[in-house]
Write a new protein. Structure first.
Length: 262
């Protein structure tokens, strides 16, 4: 019996994902990946100087480094990548299902990203999410930044510790979170109420903060699926924030009264 087209496409996509690898670069990103037991490591290319700086992490990982001349650094990186003499080929991380990261913590906070495609922004969001205790950052499989070397370098190691999931449909995920008891708040500069006002009285409830790309912001479907639209409390005349800065402020505002980590 011939398989339906959607089944074939799904299987092809799964096989492609299984074969996919990522090249991480930069001392921080490579060191943290080497020391992550959950990371599948395939190939390490280093200069002598970088190898000396990473020697403890290399020893812990058990991988055999390939030492190269700095003038002939042959890792397949984009021109201009600031690799600092270290590049590591890895398999993408698998953080499991939504329920694996959304259930369990006391009053968890999640960051959901609607069409945020810049890897530098997502990397910075992952870094802030780790510092401020978010349970996960969630994007979409399409129209969101995949795991890349640029993202990992901006995250400065946070990619190895901060769950980053990419889901098929953001609105469906928001509904799933609502069914788990989450309050889903979408950030909109034109919203009437602030984040603090929205969580007043429910500070111990799980909260998912949804942020859109700079410029277009949240899609209409995303807005309609939110429990409420909120804004960051700011002084008059304030301009727009970079999405990574907005994510950090939103996370802090959503939990400041319950003793957020700073």
């Amino acid at each position: 019996m011939k398989k339906p087209k959607w089944v074939v496409q799904k299987e092809q996509g799964q096989k492609a994902d299984e074969k996919a690898t990522v090249w991480l670069f930069g001392l921080h990103a490579v060191r943290d990946a080497l020391m992550n037991p959950g990371r599948v490591k395939l190939r390490l290319i280093v200069t002598l100087n970088a190898q000396n700086k990473l020697q403890e992490a290399i020893a812990e990982s058990g991988i055999e480094p390939e030492q190269v001349d700095p003038r002939k650094f042959n890792a397949p990186l984009d021109p201009g990548s600031v690799h600092q003499g270290a590049a590591l080929e890895v398999k993408p991380l698998d953080w499991g299902r939504l329920a694996d990261v959304a259930i369990g913590d006391e009053a968890p906070r999640l960051i959901l990203l609607d069409r945020v495609t810049d890897p530098h922004n997502v990397g910075a969001i992952l870094r802030s999410a780790e510092v401020l205790g978010a349970s996960a950052v969630i994007g979409t499989r399409h129209h969101s930044a995949p795991e890349t070397g640029a993202l990992a370098k901006t995250a400065s190691g946070a990619l190895e510790r901060q769950p980053y999931l990419r889901v098929r449909n953001l609105a469906d995920t928001m509904i799933e979170l609502k069914n788990m008891g989450y309050l889903v708040l979408g950030l909109d500069g034109e919203a009437e109420q602030t984040i603090e006002a929205a969580v007043e009285g429910v500070i111990d409830r799980p909260v998912a903060l949804v942020l859109g790309a700079e410029g277009p912001g949240l899609r209409e479907k995303t807005k309609e699926t939110c429990d409420a639209l909120v804004r960051i409390d700011a002084s008059e005349g304030f301009g727009s924030l970079n999405v990574s800065n907005a994510a950090a402020l939103a996370l802090y505002a959503s939990q400041a009264r319950k003793g957020a980590k700073t």
